[in-house]
Design a protein around this ligand. Structure first.
Ligand code: 26M
Length: 823
């Protein structure tokens, strides 16, 4: 029963042209003669979506007919980026689309790709990881559903005004978004608030019943996720919150029309906006509502899929494996228990068995301020039945602990789901750890620190639960799509299969001393740098030289990521040039990009600081040809695609032990950038893979940082030992980068010279010295190119295909299931 109209399914340029023409006319109501680039973008996207449908429906049928375990990836964020280019690539019709566009008078596909709005449904690393994982799941032909929230407003757009960040609402849906399929017939009903009641069932057992005071409806909006050159097309199911009509009838009847409309508006705000916090938990009520909303819809959806196929609910773990992307969806543990016990009348033991054999949890952070806790009062208010269930889970867990550690109340307090100190709260990481069969960190060092520092007692209790899956990124988007010039060279050299088997790039090692090849490799980089240079000029008016060393730090702005360490180093270089003491005449362009959480004052001040330095440096003729500083506004996926291929030096300079993994580091290395970095997150593994002589290491190790912390770390000691650092700090203090304003950067200076919580002062000198080594290397272009090539050749391990294979084998126990198209 599948539909194969050539205009909808044909893969040649003629069919694509016909498809576009039909969509322009019938879907968009436009004549080809008056179509704007946006119209053509829409028409091409609809034509591409038609071609996804055959594969999408065939994939859903395969799962329905030959039931096998499906991965449910639960994430509050999916930062999927632009869709058109990726779908063209995975379908294999990029050239055909280009040819079709020519017939509409469009010379280059990129003019059409540029008008696509990207859905910013994530903050940064965690959301982007979820998107890479969906793409790899489909490419590996694994049945999977991504479950999340269809925020009406994604991460804010960032403007820079007078050097400060200004946030602007992201209205990504305004021009229409062609990639989603609303499925209102599969909507779900979700309750909030109210109270519980106990009653006796037919068998005389006491049970609890939840009577919510509010409801919302979740309407699924499905985004097809096609794998690379395969028929598997998985589903990203994003829930939009809608108002409930029926429950307001009472209010309507007694005449409270406006009251009823108010509740309607309130439930629609549920999926209104993404919280832009990335790393700090604010404990907001609406955020918990969002989490419960999408988790409840998703679990109901999974249970319903069993019912539809008449599979007993007790077989849930055979059909679904549920992965929690951080604790944001951790309420799933309680919600699945509630659904099994209250809706399906399954007993506690059996329900707990089902829950713990299907749920697994990925931790993404050790930072205490990022660990989610919910005030007990707030939690009880919003989810009273869930709190009862959590108490029961906790009581049984604590009983187990009492047996193992008789009389040790300390350990009970420490591991309890309920934090009894100060304001009582629910610790979501504990709930997730107790309810999951596996808990994994996202890089070797991070997973090790989870066991040693974050949850040593849990790890001792359940050593077999704790594991590592090092993050990865998809080579389709981050090399093939974003870096066509490098991709062509790779294909010439190792054949086309590197795109799905990145380990093939190892073959490039043979070319490491081949001058001719190294020059070609360098040329691909230069192409990327030319592209970025013209982008920088168009967005900031700054002229940068594509032959200079492009030194880049793009990521969310955070103190632990230490953009200010980079900034201080720039000032030191500036001073050296001013004093005539700079050793290496290496022209550098230092580029920053990233958003600060709107309520994170220090991060916003760091942006202002970088822009203050940029103003001074870029307007000083002494810096011409030697130093340029650029803050690129509004860093996002689209901009990342321009930045990674254009980078010579990747800055991965977080305080050791703080960055769980990092994934930008991997994208840079694949694209032939060298890394200057600390032994943090996945940098550790990156350095091992590319070999230490091809990585610029600096800074204290995690254990050295711990020692400093335990021995009353004093930044002053380090400042006093380093005259250059003193000079740098003095220059800031006198207002050199703030037009004489001595107050502006005081909070930053005070933090660095006072407590210096992220050990910037401790690592400064080593960092500065390592930057000299970088410059020295740059002066030997052949040696540099060789190192860069070895980075590309040895970074195959960081393909998300490898990560997903590991999840499939060791955590999910699922295998690929090819999809055939039979019509
Ligand atoms: C929490 C509460 C309220 C609102 C927002 C949040 C929140 C949102 C996103 C907290 C953290 C969020 O993301 C954290 C994150 O992106 N972590 C990063 O995950 C990457 C993928 O594993 C790692 O590579 C990074 O090292 C890690 O910082």
């Amino acid at each position: 029963g599948c539909y194969l109209d050539p205009e909808k399914a044909g893969m040649d340029s003629d069919a694509v042209f016909q498809g576009m023409t039909a969509h322009l006319f019938y879907t968009l109501g436009k004549l080809a003669t008056s179509a704007s680039p946006h119209d053509l973008y829409m028409a091409l996207s609809y034509a591409v979506k038609d071609r996804l449908m055959t594969r999408y429906l065939a994939s859903q049928e395969v799962i329905r007919k030959k039931p096998q375990k499906t991965v449910a990836y639960l994430s509050a964020e999916f930062l999927i980026g632009p869709q058109l280019s990726n779908n063209l690539l995975n379908l294999g019709i990029t050239q055909e689309a280009e040819d079709a566009l020519k017939r509409f008078g469009i010379e280059s596909l990129s003019t059409i790709l540029e008008v696509e709005e990207e859905p910013g449904l994530g903050n940064g690393g965690l959301g982007r990881l979820a998107a890479c994982y969906m793409e790899s799941l489909a490419s590996l032909q694994v049945p999977a559903v991504g479950y999340g929230i269809r925020y009406e407003f994604g991460i804010f757009n960032q403007l820079i005004r007078d050097g400060w960040q200004v946030e602007v609402t992201d209205k990504w849906l305004k021009g229409g978004w062609p990639w989603e399929l609303p499925q209102p017939d599969e909507s779900c009903f979700v309750g909030f608030g109210g109270r519980t009641e106990s009653y006796r069932d037919d068998k005389g057992n006491y049970r609890s019943r939840w009577i919510p005071s509010e409801h919302a409806i979740g309407v699924p909006h499905d985004v097809p996720v096609l794998g690379y050159r395969v028929n598997t097309c998985d589903r990203l199911r994003l829930w939009r919150a809608d108002a409930t009509e029926s429950f307001d009838f009472y209010a309507f009847n007694i005449g409270d029309y406006y009251g009823a409309v108010e509740e309607k508006v309130a439930s629609e705000t549920l999926s209104k906006v993404l919280y832009p916090n990335d790393g700090t938990d604010e404990g907001r009520r609406l955020r918990l509502k969002q989490q419960h909303f999408f988790v409840s819809c998703s679990l109901q959806d999974m249970l319903r899929s069993l019912e539809k196929r008449s599979i007993p609910i007790t077989e849930f773990p055979k059909h679904w494996t549920v992965q929690l992307n951080d604790t944001h969806p951790a309420i799933a543990v309680a919600e699945l228990m509630r659904l099994l016990i209250d809706q399906y009348q399954i007993g506690w033991e059996k329900a707990w068995n089902i829950t713990t054999s299907s749920v697994a949890y990925t931790n993404h952070t050790l930072l205490p301020e990022a660990l989610e806790k919910w005030d007990l009062g707030l939690f009880n208010d919003l989810l009273p039945r869930h709190l009862e269930i959590i108490y029961e889970i906790n009581w049984r867990f604590l009983q187990q602990l009492r047996l193992r550690y008789p009389g040790d109340d300390k350990i009970l307090q420490k591991l309890s789901i309920i934090d009894e100190e100060g304001f009582k709260s629910v610790r979501m990481a504990h709930l997730a750890t107790i309810g999951a069969h596996h808990i994994n960190g996202v890089a070797a060092l991070h997973s090790d620190l989870i066991k040693r520092q974050l949850m040593p007692e849990f790890a001792a209790l359940w050593p077999e639960k704790f594991t590592n899956v090092t993050n990865g990124v998809t080579p389709r988007r981050w090399v093939a799509l974003s870096n066509p010039s490098l991709s062509n060279l790779l294909e010439e050299e190792v054949g086309p299969n590197w795109i799905t088997n990145m380990e093939l790039l190892k073959k490039l090692e043979e070319k490491k001393d081949d001058n001719n090849f190294l020059e070609k490799f360098e040329e691909t980089k230069l192409n990327g740098k030319r592209k970025l240079s013209s982008f920088v000029h168009s967005k900031t008016g700054i002229l940068v030289d594509p032959s200079s060393l492009f030194d880049v730090q793009v990521k969310r702005i955070h103190q632990y990521k230490r953009q200010h360490l980079n900034a201080l180093q720039i000032i030191a270089q500036y001073l050296r040039i001013k004093n005539g003491t700079n050793k290496f005449e290496v022209p550098r362009t230092i580029i920053f990009g990233g958003k600060a959480a709107p309520g994170y004052f220090m991060a916003k001040l760091m942006i202002r600081f970088i822009n203050g330095i940029a103003d001074v440096v870029n307007s000083d003729p002494d810096m011409d040809g030697l130093l340029r500083v650029v803050f690129l506004p509004d860093y996002n996926v689209k901009l990342g695609e321009i930045v990674y291929p254009a980078t010579d030096l990747s800055e991965q300079i977080s305080t050791a032990g703080k960055e769980a993994s990092g994934t930008g580091n991997m994208k840079f290395a694949m694209n032939g950038a060298l890394t200057i970095g600390t032994l943090d997150g996945a940098n550790v593994e990156l350095r091992d893979l590319v070999k230490k002589e091809n990585f610029f290491l600096f800074g204290k190790t995690e254990s050295e940082i711990m020692d400093l912390k335990n021995n009353n770390y004093s930044p002053k000691t380090f400042i006093n030992q380093c005259p250059e650092l003193k000079e740098v700090l003095r220059l800031i203090e006198i207002g050199h980068f703030s037009n004489g304003d001595k107050e502006l950067f005081k909070p930053l200076l005070n933090s660095l010279t006072g407590h210096d919580p992220f050990f910037v002062m401790a690592d400064f000198e080593d960092y500065l010295n390592k930057q000299d080594v970088v410059s020295e290397c740059w002066n030997n272009k052949k040696a540099w190119n060789k190192m860069a090539l070895l980075n590309t050749a040895r970074s195959g391990y960081f393909s998300s295909d490898r990560s997903i294979r590991e999840y499939c084998e060791s955590i999910w126990k699922v295998s690929p299931m090819p999809v055939e198209i039979t019509c």
